[in-house]
Design a protein around this ligand. Sequence first.
Ligand code: GLC
Length: 483
Amino acid sequence: MGQGKPVATIVDMSECQCYWFPQMIFVRMRGRFGFYVSVSFGLLIVLCLSSLAGDIKAAGNTPRPIPDRLRWWTDARFGMFIHYGPVTLTGEELSWSRANSNPQCPNKGSTPVEVYDNLYRRFNPTEFKADDWTAVAKAAGMKYVVLTTKHCDGFLLWDSKVDGYNIMASPFKRDIVAELAAASRKDGLRIGWYFSPMDWRDPDFRTERNAAFLGRMQGELREVLSGYGKIDLLWFDYDGGKPLYDQASTYALVKQAQPQIIINNRLDLGVEGNNEAMLNPNADYYTPEQRIGGYDDQRPWETCMTLGTQWSWKPKDKIKSAAEVIGILARTVGGDGNLLLDVGPMPDGRIEPRQVDVLEQVGAWVKLNRESIYGTRGGPWKPTATVASTRKGKNIYVHVLQWPTGPLIFPEIPAKIVGAKLLGGGSVEYHKMPSGIEVSVPMDKRDVNDTVIVLKLNREATTIPAVAIPQPIAQISSAKTVR
Ligand code: GLC
Protein backbone atom coordinates (compact mmCIF):
# COMPACT_ATOMS: atom_id res chain seq x y z
CA MET A 1 0.00 0.00 0.00
CA GLY A 2 1.26 3.45 -0.77
CA GLN A 3 0.07 6.94 -0.22
CA GLY A 4 -0.51 9.94 -2.42
CA LYS A 5 2.02 12.66 -1.79
CA PRO A 6 0.63 16.14 -1.29
CA VAL A 7 1.62 18.42 -4.14
CA ALA A 8 1.87 22.15 -3.45
CA THR A 9 0.15 23.85 -6.35
CA ILE A 10 -0.34 27.25 -4.80
CA VAL A 11 2.64 29.29 -3.57
CA ASP A 12 2.17 30.50 -0.02
CA MET A 13 2.16 34.32 0.29
CA SER A 14 4.47 34.10 3.30
CA GLU A 15 7.26 32.97 0.95
CA CYS A 16 7.03 36.37 -0.73
CA GLN A 17 6.61 38.42 2.37
CA CYS A 18 10.20 37.71 3.45
CA TYR A 19 11.34 40.17 0.77
CA TRP A 20 9.47 43.14 2.18
CA PHE A 21 11.65 43.71 5.20
CA PRO A 22 15.09 44.14 3.45
CA GLN A 23 13.31 46.08 0.72
CA MET A 24 12.21 48.66 3.24
CA ILE A 25 15.75 48.86 4.67
CA PHE A 26 17.31 49.37 1.23
CA VAL A 27 14.78 52.01 0.31
CA ARG A 28 15.98 53.97 3.30
CA MET A 29 19.66 53.64 2.19
CA ARG A 30 21.10 56.61 0.37
CA GLY A 31 23.18 56.59 -2.80
CA ARG A 32 23.33 54.51 -5.99
CA PHE A 33 23.97 51.17 -4.32
CA GLY A 34 20.87 51.54 -2.20
CA PHE A 35 18.87 52.52 -5.28
CA TYR A 36 19.99 49.51 -7.40
CA VAL A 37 19.50 47.03 -4.60
CA SER A 38 16.11 48.48 -3.91
CA VAL A 39 15.10 48.18 -7.60
CA SER A 40 16.35 44.57 -7.71
CA PHE A 41 14.25 43.65 -4.70
CA GLY A 42 11.28 45.40 -6.24
CA LEU A 43 11.71 43.27 -9.35
CA LEU A 44 11.98 40.15 -7.21
CA ILE A 45 8.70 41.00 -5.55
CA VAL A 46 6.99 41.53 -8.91
CA LEU A 47 8.38 38.18 -10.13
CA CYS A 48 7.26 36.44 -6.99
CA LEU A 49 3.73 37.85 -7.21
CA SER A 50 3.35 37.09 -10.91
CA SER A 51 4.46 33.50 -10.38
CA LEU A 52 1.90 33.27 -7.58
CA ALA A 53 -0.81 34.50 -9.96
CA GLY A 54 0.37 32.00 -12.58
CA ASP A 55 0.16 29.14 -10.12
CA ILE A 56 -3.34 30.09 -9.05
CA LYS A 57 -4.38 30.23 -12.71
CA ALA A 58 -2.75 26.87 -13.45
CA ALA A 59 -4.48 25.33 -10.45
CA GLY A 60 -7.91 26.21 -11.88
CA ASN A 61 -11.15 26.76 -10.05
CA THR A 62 -12.62 24.68 -7.31
CA PRO A 63 -16.29 23.67 -7.71
CA ARG A 64 -18.60 26.65 -7.29
CA PRO A 65 -20.92 26.20 -4.29
CA ILE A 66 -24.51 25.33 -5.23
CA PRO A 67 -27.14 27.95 -4.32
CA ASP A 68 -29.61 26.66 -1.67
CA ARG A 69 -32.60 26.77 -4.03
CA LEU A 70 -30.89 24.38 -6.44
CA ARG A 71 -29.47 22.05 -3.85
CA TRP A 72 -32.20 19.35 -3.88
CA TRP A 73 -31.79 19.10 -7.63
CA THR A 74 -27.99 18.85 -7.82
CA ASP A 75 -28.10 16.38 -4.91
CA ALA A 76 -30.66 14.30 -6.83
CA ARG A 77 -28.42 13.84 -9.90
CA PHE A 78 -30.84 11.47 -11.70
CA GLY A 79 -34.34 12.16 -12.99
CA MET A 80 -36.93 10.66 -15.32
CA PHE A 81 -38.07 12.54 -18.42
CA ILE A 82 -41.48 11.41 -19.69
CA HIS A 83 -42.60 12.25 -23.24
CA TYR A 84 -46.25 11.39 -23.68
CA GLY A 85 -49.30 12.28 -25.73
CA PRO A 86 -51.80 11.06 -28.36
CA VAL A 87 -48.96 10.74 -30.90
CA THR A 88 -47.98 7.43 -29.25
CA LEU A 89 -50.87 5.96 -31.30
CA THR A 90 -48.74 6.37 -34.44
CA GLY A 91 -45.44 5.43 -32.75
CA GLU A 92 -43.83 8.42 -34.47
CA GLU A 93 -41.96 11.23 -32.75
CA LEU A 94 -43.90 13.64 -30.55
CA SER A 95 -44.73 16.89 -32.43
CA TRP A 96 -41.96 16.46 -35.03
CA SER A 97 -44.03 13.89 -36.94
CA ARG A 98 -46.80 16.47 -37.48
CA ALA A 99 -46.87 18.02 -40.95
CA ASN A 100 -46.12 21.72 -41.08
CA SER A 101 -49.05 24.12 -40.90
CA ASN A 102 -46.98 27.20 -40.10
CA PRO A 103 -43.93 28.11 -42.19
CA GLN A 104 -42.38 29.75 -39.11
CA CYS A 105 -42.11 26.34 -37.43
CA PRO A 106 -39.43 23.71 -38.11
CA ASN A 107 -41.54 20.51 -38.10
CA LYS A 108 -41.89 18.70 -41.41
CA GLY A 109 -43.42 15.41 -40.28
CA SER A 110 -45.20 12.86 -42.39
CA THR A 111 -48.47 12.72 -40.43
CA PRO A 112 -50.97 15.08 -42.09
CA VAL A 113 -52.24 17.86 -39.84
CA GLU A 114 -55.88 16.62 -39.97
CA VAL A 115 -54.72 13.17 -38.86
CA TYR A 116 -52.26 14.33 -36.21
CA ASP A 117 -54.55 16.89 -34.64
CA ASN A 118 -57.37 14.34 -34.33
CA LEU A 119 -55.38 11.55 -32.69
CA TYR A 120 -56.64 12.70 -29.28
CA ARG A 121 -60.13 11.46 -30.22
CA ARG A 122 -58.76 7.90 -30.03
CA PHE A 123 -56.33 8.44 -27.16
CA ASN A 124 -57.40 6.25 -24.27
CA PRO A 125 -54.49 4.98 -22.14
CA THR A 126 -56.63 2.79 -19.93
CA GLU A 127 -53.60 1.09 -18.33
CA PHE A 128 -52.14 4.39 -17.16
CA LYS A 129 -51.36 4.37 -13.46
CA ALA A 130 -49.31 7.29 -12.25
CA ASP A 131 -48.17 5.11 -9.35
CA ASP A 132 -46.63 2.67 -11.80
CA TRP A 133 -44.63 5.42 -13.49
CA THR A 134 -43.34 6.77 -10.20
CA ALA A 135 -42.58 3.24 -8.99
CA VAL A 136 -40.38 2.70 -12.07
CA ALA A 137 -38.62 6.02 -11.50
CA LYS A 138 -37.97 5.11 -7.87
CA ALA A 139 -36.78 1.62 -8.74
CA ALA A 140 -34.27 3.18 -11.16
CA GLY A 141 -32.90 5.42 -8.41
CA MET A 142 -34.35 8.57 -9.97
CA LYS A 143 -35.30 11.41 -7.64
CA TYR A 144 -37.50 13.58 -9.85
CA VAL A 145 -39.81 13.30 -12.83
CA VAL A 146 -40.35 15.77 -15.67
CA LEU A 147 -43.50 15.27 -17.76
CA THR A 148 -44.34 16.84 -21.13
CA THR A 149 -47.45 18.65 -19.91
CA LYS A 150 -47.54 20.46 -23.26
CA HIS A 151 -45.27 19.64 -26.18
CA CYS A 152 -44.83 21.67 -29.38
CA ASP A 153 -47.96 20.10 -30.92
CA GLY A 154 -50.03 22.10 -28.43
CA PHE A 155 -51.90 19.20 -26.79
CA LEU A 156 -52.35 19.64 -23.03
CA LEU A 157 -52.19 16.65 -20.70
CA TRP A 158 -54.21 18.48 -18.05
CA ASP A 159 -57.78 19.63 -17.54
CA SER A 160 -57.37 23.12 -18.99
CA LYS A 161 -59.88 25.93 -18.95
CA VAL A 162 -57.67 28.00 -21.25
CA ASP A 163 -57.63 25.64 -24.24
CA GLY A 164 -60.02 22.83 -25.12
CA TYR A 165 -57.34 20.83 -26.99
CA ASN A 166 -56.58 18.81 -23.89
CA ILE A 167 -56.85 15.40 -22.26
CA MET A 168 -60.47 15.95 -21.08
CA ALA A 169 -61.56 16.06 -24.73
CA SER A 170 -60.12 12.56 -25.27
CA PRO A 171 -62.03 9.38 -24.35
CA PHE A 172 -59.66 9.03 -21.40
CA LYS A 173 -60.96 12.16 -19.65
CA ARG A 174 -58.48 11.96 -16.76
CA ASP A 175 -56.06 14.68 -15.76
CA ILE A 176 -52.66 12.96 -16.20
CA VAL A 177 -50.83 15.99 -14.80
CA ALA A 178 -52.86 15.91 -11.56
CA GLU A 179 -52.45 12.17 -11.14
CA LEU A 180 -48.70 12.27 -11.72
CA ALA A 181 -48.27 15.18 -9.31
CA ALA A 182 -50.13 13.26 -6.60
CA ALA A 183 -48.21 10.00 -7.19
CA SER A 184 -44.84 11.78 -7.23
CA ARG A 185 -45.59 13.56 -4.00
CA LYS A 186 -46.67 10.31 -2.37
CA ASP A 187 -43.47 8.60 -3.51
CA GLY A 188 -41.18 11.44 -2.44
CA LEU A 189 -40.17 12.38 -5.98
CA ARG A 190 -39.73 16.01 -6.97
CA ILE A 191 -42.03 17.27 -9.72
CA GLY A 192 -41.03 18.97 -12.96
CA TRP A 193 -43.14 20.14 -15.88
CA TYR A 194 -41.80 20.23 -19.41
CA PHE A 195 -43.68 23.07 -21.11
CA SER A 196 -43.24 24.01 -24.73
CA PRO A 197 -43.67 27.75 -25.21
CA MET A 198 -43.90 26.91 -28.92
CA ASP A 199 -47.28 25.91 -30.26
CA TRP A 200 -46.98 24.66 -33.82
CA ARG A 201 -50.76 24.20 -34.10
CA ASP A 202 -51.70 27.70 -32.96
CA PRO A 203 -52.47 29.74 -36.11
CA ASP A 204 -51.30 32.98 -34.45
CA PHE A 205 -47.91 31.70 -33.29
CA ARG A 206 -45.05 33.72 -34.83
CA THR A 207 -47.42 35.75 -36.99
CA GLU A 208 -48.46 39.39 -36.72
CA ARG A 209 -51.06 38.11 -34.24
CA ASN A 210 -48.39 36.62 -31.95
CA ALA A 211 -49.76 38.65 -29.01
CA ALA A 212 -52.97 36.59 -29.09
CA PHE A 213 -50.91 33.37 -29.00
CA LEU A 214 -48.81 34.78 -26.16
CA GLY A 215 -51.90 35.44 -24.05
CA ARG A 216 -53.00 31.82 -24.44
CA MET A 217 -49.52 30.43 -23.85
CA GLN A 218 -49.09 32.42 -20.64
CA GLY A 219 -52.59 31.43 -19.54
CA GLU A 220 -51.73 27.75 -19.94
CA LEU A 221 -48.42 28.18 -18.17
CA ARG A 222 -50.05 29.96 -15.25
CA GLU A 223 -52.66 27.22 -15.07
CA VAL A 224 -50.24 24.27 -15.02
CA LEU A 225 -48.04 26.01 -12.45
CA SER A 226 -50.89 27.08 -10.19
CA GLY A 227 -53.31 24.19 -10.00
CA TYR A 228 -51.10 21.30 -8.86
CA GLY A 229 -49.42 22.30 -5.61
CA LYS A 230 -45.69 22.83 -5.36
CA ILE A 231 -43.91 22.33 -8.67
CA ASP A 232 -40.15 22.02 -8.31
CA LEU A 233 -38.84 22.43 -11.82
CA LEU A 234 -39.84 23.94 -15.15
CA TRP A 235 -38.35 22.59 -18.35
CA PHE A 236 -38.86 24.96 -21.28
CA ASP A 237 -38.00 23.81 -24.79
CA TYR A 238 -36.95 25.73 -27.90
CA ASP A 239 -37.13 24.94 -31.60
CA GLY A 240 -34.52 27.19 -33.18
CA GLY A 241 -37.15 29.75 -34.24
CA LYS A 242 -37.63 33.27 -32.90
CA PRO A 243 -38.35 33.17 -29.15
CA LEU A 244 -41.26 35.65 -29.13
CA TYR A 245 -42.40 34.89 -25.60
CA ASP A 246 -42.08 38.23 -23.79
CA GLN A 247 -39.55 36.65 -21.46
CA ALA A 248 -39.80 39.32 -18.75
CA SER A 249 -43.51 38.78 -18.11
CA THR A 250 -43.26 35.01 -18.68
CA TYR A 251 -40.52 34.57 -16.06
CA ALA A 252 -42.42 36.90 -13.73
CA LEU A 253 -45.56 34.79 -13.87
CA VAL A 254 -43.55 31.61 -13.29
CA LYS A 255 -41.84 33.08 -10.21
CA GLN A 256 -45.12 34.42 -8.93
CA ALA A 257 -46.79 31.01 -9.19
CA GLN A 258 -43.78 29.03 -7.88
CA PRO A 259 -41.19 31.24 -6.14
CA GLN A 260 -38.71 28.40 -5.49
CA ILE A 261 -38.95 26.75 -8.88
CA ILE A 262 -35.81 25.76 -10.82
CA ILE A 263 -35.92 26.81 -14.49
CA ASN A 264 -33.80 25.55 -17.37
CA ASN A 265 -32.21 27.79 -19.99
CA ARG A 266 -34.37 27.25 -23.06
CA LEU A 267 -37.02 30.00 -22.94
CA ASP A 268 -34.53 32.52 -24.32
CA LEU A 269 -32.87 30.37 -26.94
CA GLY A 270 -33.54 31.24 -30.55
CA VAL A 271 -32.06 30.81 -33.96
CA GLU A 272 -28.46 30.31 -32.80
CA GLY A 273 -29.52 27.00 -31.29
CA ASN A 274 -27.00 26.67 -28.47
CA ASN A 275 -28.45 24.72 -25.57
CA GLU A 276 -25.40 25.52 -23.42
CA ALA A 277 -26.13 29.26 -23.46
CA MET A 278 -27.64 30.88 -20.38
CA LEU A 279 -28.97 34.15 -21.71
CA ASN A 280 -31.14 35.25 -18.81
CA PRO A 281 -30.44 35.50 -15.06
CA ASN A 282 -33.66 33.52 -14.49
CA ALA A 283 -32.15 30.47 -16.19
CA ASP A 284 -30.71 28.19 -13.52
CA TYR A 285 -29.00 25.59 -15.65
CA TYR A 286 -28.14 24.56 -19.17
CA THR A 287 -29.21 21.48 -21.10
CA PRO A 288 -26.89 19.39 -23.29
CA GLU A 289 -29.12 17.13 -25.37
CA GLN A 290 -28.44 13.52 -26.39
CA ARG A 291 -24.83 13.85 -25.27
CA ILE A 292 -22.95 13.94 -21.99
CA GLY A 293 -22.01 17.52 -21.14
CA GLY A 294 -18.34 18.44 -20.74
CA TYR A 295 -16.89 18.79 -17.23
CA ASP A 296 -18.25 21.99 -15.71
CA ASP A 297 -18.33 22.67 -11.99
CA GLN A 298 -19.05 26.39 -12.39
CA ARG A 299 -22.50 26.41 -14.07
CA PRO A 300 -25.17 23.79 -13.26
CA TRP A 301 -26.21 21.53 -16.14
CA GLU A 302 -28.36 18.55 -16.97
CA THR A 303 -27.97 16.16 -19.88
CA CYS A 304 -31.28 14.98 -21.33
CA MET A 305 -31.10 11.71 -23.20
CA THR A 306 -33.48 9.08 -24.53
CA LEU A 307 -33.43 5.49 -23.32
CA GLY A 308 -34.44 4.49 -26.84
CA THR A 309 -33.87 6.47 -30.03
CA GLN A 310 -36.99 8.64 -29.86
CA TRP A 311 -38.41 10.90 -27.13
CA SER A 312 -41.92 9.45 -27.32
CA TRP A 313 -42.67 5.74 -27.64
CA LYS A 314 -41.47 3.93 -30.73
CA PRO A 315 -42.45 0.31 -31.36
CA LYS A 316 -39.49 -2.11 -31.41
CA ASP A 317 -37.14 0.73 -30.64
CA LYS A 318 -33.48 0.01 -29.97
CA ILE A 319 -32.95 0.75 -26.29
CA LYS A 320 -29.80 1.29 -24.30
CA SER A 321 -28.53 -1.48 -22.05
CA ALA A 322 -28.25 -1.08 -18.28
CA ALA A 323 -24.45 -0.97 -18.62
CA GLU A 324 -24.69 1.88 -21.11
CA VAL A 325 -27.04 3.86 -18.88
CA ILE A 326 -24.85 3.30 -15.81
CA GLY A 327 -21.81 4.50 -17.79
CA ILE A 328 -23.72 7.57 -18.98
CA LEU A 329 -24.87 8.32 -15.43
CA ALA A 330 -21.37 7.96 -13.97
CA ARG A 331 -19.79 10.14 -16.66
CA THR A 332 -22.52 12.78 -16.33
CA VAL A 333 -22.32 12.99 -12.54
CA GLY A 334 -18.52 12.77 -12.85
CA GLY A 335 -18.72 15.89 -15.04
CA ASP A 336 -20.73 17.64 -12.28
CA GLY A 337 -24.05 17.35 -14.12
CA ASN A 338 -27.47 15.74 -13.75
CA LEU A 339 -28.95 13.07 -16.01
CA LEU A 340 -32.57 13.36 -17.14
CA LEU A 341 -33.24 10.03 -18.81
CA ASP A 342 -36.26 9.83 -21.06
CA VAL A 343 -38.90 7.12 -21.30
CA GLY A 344 -41.88 7.22 -23.64
CA PRO A 345 -44.85 5.27 -22.25
CA MET A 346 -46.97 3.23 -24.68
CA PRO A 347 -50.41 4.19 -26.03
CA ASP A 348 -52.08 2.10 -23.33
CA GLY A 349 -50.32 4.11 -20.61
CA ARG A 350 -47.74 1.55 -19.47
CA ILE A 351 -43.99 2.02 -19.66
CA GLU A 352 -42.74 -0.70 -21.97
CA PRO A 353 -41.57 -3.77 -19.99
CA ARG A 354 -38.20 -3.81 -21.80
CA GLN A 355 -37.59 -0.26 -20.59
CA VAL A 356 -38.73 -1.12 -17.08
CA ASP A 357 -36.34 -4.05 -17.05
CA VAL A 358 -33.33 -1.89 -17.97
CA LEU A 359 -34.31 0.77 -15.45
CA GLU A 360 -34.59 -1.82 -12.67
CA GLN A 361 -31.11 -3.11 -13.46
CA VAL A 362 -29.80 0.45 -13.36
CA GLY A 363 -31.57 0.94 -10.04
CA ALA A 364 -29.94 -2.16 -8.54
CA TRP A 365 -26.53 -0.71 -9.34
CA VAL A 366 -27.49 2.77 -8.08
CA LYS A 367 -28.74 1.31 -4.81
CA LEU A 368 -25.44 -0.39 -4.14
CA ASN A 369 -23.43 2.65 -5.18
CA ARG A 370 -25.76 5.48 -4.12
CA GLU A 371 -23.11 7.11 -1.92
CA SER A 372 -21.08 7.80 -5.08
CA ILE A 373 -23.98 9.49 -6.93
CA TYR A 374 -26.37 11.44 -4.70
CA GLY A 375 -25.12 14.66 -3.16
CA THR A 376 -21.76 14.44 -4.90
CA ARG A 377 -19.86 16.90 -7.07
CA GLY A 378 -18.01 15.84 -10.20
CA GLY A 379 -14.24 15.33 -10.24
CA PRO A 380 -11.57 15.90 -9.16
CA TRP A 381 -10.51 13.79 -12.14
CA LYS A 382 -12.45 14.81 -15.22
CA PRO A 383 -14.33 11.95 -16.87
CA THR A 384 -13.00 10.08 -19.88
CA ALA A 385 -14.82 7.45 -21.95
CA THR A 386 -13.77 4.76 -19.47
CA VAL A 387 -13.37 6.35 -16.02
CA ALA A 388 -15.10 9.05 -13.99
CA SER A 389 -14.88 10.38 -10.45
CA THR A 390 -17.22 12.04 -7.99
CA ARG A 391 -16.58 13.51 -4.55
CA LYS A 392 -18.25 14.26 -1.25
CA GLY A 393 -16.77 15.18 2.12
CA LYS A 394 -13.26 13.71 2.29
CA ASN A 395 -14.05 10.96 -0.22
CA ILE A 396 -13.36 10.56 -3.90
CA TYR A 397 -15.41 7.90 -5.68
CA VAL A 398 -13.54 6.53 -8.65
CA HIS A 399 -15.82 4.94 -11.26
CA VAL A 400 -14.05 2.44 -13.49
CA LEU A 401 -16.27 1.65 -16.46
CA GLN A 402 -13.60 -0.24 -18.34
CA TRP A 403 -10.18 -1.29 -17.07
CA PRO A 404 -7.11 -0.38 -19.09
CA THR A 405 -4.82 -3.15 -20.30
CA GLY A 406 -1.97 -1.62 -18.31
CA PRO A 407 -2.04 -0.05 -14.84
CA LEU A 408 -4.80 2.40 -13.93
CA ILE A 409 -3.03 5.61 -12.95
CA PHE A 410 -4.58 8.92 -11.93
CA PRO A 411 -2.70 12.22 -11.94
CA GLU A 412 -1.49 13.56 -8.60
CA ILE A 413 -3.83 15.78 -6.62
CA PRO A 414 -2.90 18.09 -3.74
CA ALA A 415 -4.12 15.71 -1.03
CA LYS A 416 -2.95 12.68 0.86
CA ILE A 417 -4.85 9.42 0.42
CA VAL A 418 -5.36 7.89 3.85
CA GLY A 419 -7.43 4.85 2.91
CA ALA A 420 -9.14 3.04 0.04
CA LYS A 421 -11.86 0.42 -0.36
CA LEU A 422 -14.43 -0.85 -2.79
CA LEU A 423 -17.82 0.75 -2.30
CA GLY A 424 -19.52 -2.61 -2.65
CA GLY A 425 -17.09 -4.12 -0.10
CA GLY A 426 -13.52 -5.36 -0.56
CA SER A 427 -10.02 -3.97 -0.49
CA VAL A 428 -8.24 -1.85 -3.05
CA GLU A 429 -4.51 -1.42 -3.59
CA TYR A 430 -3.05 1.98 -4.27
CA HIS A 431 0.52 3.06 -4.86
CA LYS A 432 2.19 6.32 -5.48
CA MET A 433 4.05 6.04 -8.78
CA PRO A 434 6.27 8.64 -10.48
CA SER A 435 3.42 9.14 -12.97
CA GLY A 436 0.62 9.43 -10.42
CA ILE A 437 -1.56 7.26 -8.21
CA GLU A 438 -1.98 3.67 -9.31
CA VAL A 439 -5.16 1.91 -8.23
CA SER A 440 -5.89 -1.77 -8.61
CA VAL A 441 -8.75 -4.12 -7.80
CA PRO A 442 -8.63 -7.92 -8.15
CA MET A 443 -10.39 -9.17 -11.29
CA ASP A 444 -13.04 -11.05 -9.34
CA LYS A 445 -14.01 -7.92 -7.40
CA ARG A 446 -14.66 -5.78 -10.46
CA ASP A 447 -18.19 -4.80 -11.45
CA VAL A 448 -18.84 -5.36 -15.14
CA ASN A 449 -20.90 -2.14 -15.22
CA ASP A 450 -18.88 0.23 -13.06
CA THR A 451 -16.49 -0.60 -10.21
CA VAL A 452 -16.62 2.16 -7.61
CA ILE A 453 -13.53 2.72 -5.43
CA VAL A 454 -13.62 5.04 -2.44
CA LEU A 455 -10.43 6.98 -1.79
CA LYS A 456 -10.36 8.65 1.61
CA LEU A 457 -8.39 11.91 1.74
CA ASN A 458 -6.86 14.01 4.48
CA ARG A 459 -8.83 17.07 3.27
CA GLU A 460 -12.17 18.07 1.82
CA ALA A 461 -12.33 16.64 -1.67
CA THR A 462 -14.40 19.52 -3.10
CA THR A 463 -11.59 22.00 -2.39
CA ILE A 464 -9.40 20.38 -5.04
CA PRO A 465 -9.37 21.94 -8.53
CA ALA A 466 -10.38 19.43 -11.21
CA VAL A 467 -7.65 17.85 -13.34
CA ALA A 468 -7.80 16.10 -16.70
CA ILE A 469 -6.60 12.51 -17.02
CA PRO A 470 -3.97 12.05 -19.71
CA GLN A 471 -5.14 9.97 -22.68
CA PRO A 472 -3.33 6.62 -22.21
CA ILE A 473 -5.52 5.85 -19.18
CA ALA A 474 -8.54 5.98 -21.44
CA GLN A 475 -7.25 2.92 -23.32
CA ILE A 476 -9.89 0.25 -23.29
CA SER A 477 -9.11 -3.09 -21.75
CA SER A 478 -9.96 -6.35 -23.39
CA ALA A 479 -9.65 -8.05 -20.01
CA LYS A 480 -12.81 -9.73 -18.82
CA THR A 481 -14.40 -8.34 -15.70
CA VAL A 482 -16.93 -10.10 -13.55
CA ARG A 483 -19.75 -8.82 -11.42
C1 GLC B 1 -35.55 18.41 -28.38
C2 GLC B 1 -36.68 17.82 -29.17
C3 GLC B 1 -37.93 17.83 -28.37
C4 GLC B 1 -37.70 17.19 -27.03
C5 GLC B 1 -36.54 17.85 -26.35
C6 GLC B 1 -36.21 17.19 -25.04
O1 GLC B 1 -35.70 19.78 -28.21
O2 GLC B 1 -36.86 18.56 -30.32
O3 GLC B 1 -38.92 17.16 -29.05
O4 GLC B 1 -38.83 17.30 -26.26
O5 GLC B 1 -35.43 17.80 -27.15
O6 GLC B 1 -34.94 17.54 -24.68
